[in-house]
Design a protein around this ligand. Sequence first.
Ligand code: NAI
Length: 336
Amino acid sequence: STQSVTVTVTGAAGQIGYATVFRAAAGALLGSGTPVRLRLLEIPEAARAAEGVAMELQDAAMPLLESVDVFDDPTAAFDGSEVGLLIGARPRSKGMERADLLAANAGIFSVQGQAINNGAAENFRAVVVGNPANTNALIAASHAPDVPAERFTALTRLDHHRAQAQLALACEVTVNDVDGVAIWGNHSASQFVDLSRATVKGNPAEEVLAERGLDRKWIDEFFIPKVANRGAEIIEVRGGSSVASAAHATLRHIRTWLRGTEEGRWTSMAVPSTGVHGVPQGVVSSFPVFCQDGDHRIVEPWEIDDFARERIERSLAELVEERQAVEQLGLLGPRA
Ligand code: NAI
């Protein structure tokens, strides 16, 4: 359609923000048929840098970019917004306790949740990228009681892509030949990377791996940690955190959500639990999901064996703990 979409990008002067806005303006968000209006939100100290990003966007003379505006006020930035890419967050500084990090981010995401509640468009949808992403999404949703909770999601698509890529590498095929990986739980090292329903050229991935001498022990001790710790590995090897791959995953997350998954194929997204798969209702956990007509639907419960159950429970325990910590600080909003 030629109807434009209004997109608010937080942390727009940061690394992922910078990488994301150019590709969004080039059509990577919703395809080359959809013009975008970008609203860049930064903290006051970085608003000037965001102005510089806006200038560069102008300099690219992108046909799909209808407008770009810079804000340091969340209420103004989310006014009329239809898609929120919530990338900006407070990083952990030296000596910062986990509770301090949660509290600092709760401050950011509660204010943004309120701003969204006040002025975002009826069809608003958000992906939270800034860490701790799952809990930040929960906080934002709790402060936006008039927006359906399921419109607040968090990014685990990068983990999903990493799992696809590592499975393809292990089986010496391309990512086009692999399907059905799933990420469960928190976007953190505790995440469970599930290959139980994955396929390689249509065959069960675990069987294909076993034929190569790669057993359950390999999956548990090599494959899962490889995916879960990939961010740290990138920092070590590249000398900087994942940026382009994170921007790509963010764009794909929104595109899949709005344009739908292919028939019978799921993706991974952190969404508020509907209480299925033993995940407490409301906890923002990664699941395999189908997307259609702008909705996401958690894939129906399948039989989860003890191996998977134990790992999912471990990640859920972390999420529940994060929620409790925020709750105890009195930082959850009226929905909670
Ligand atoms: P960065 O530090 O380069 O950029 C963050 C930007 O956010 C900064 O420009 C900062 O000024 C801005 N910001 C901070 N508070 C803000 C607020 N209240 N409103 C608007 N803007 C605000 O960091 P980078 O590399 O771009 O990463 C961003 C976040 O994404 C981090 O929290 C990182 O941990 C997370 N991340 C998440 C991934 C995922 O898969 N979920 C993958 C990679 C990174």
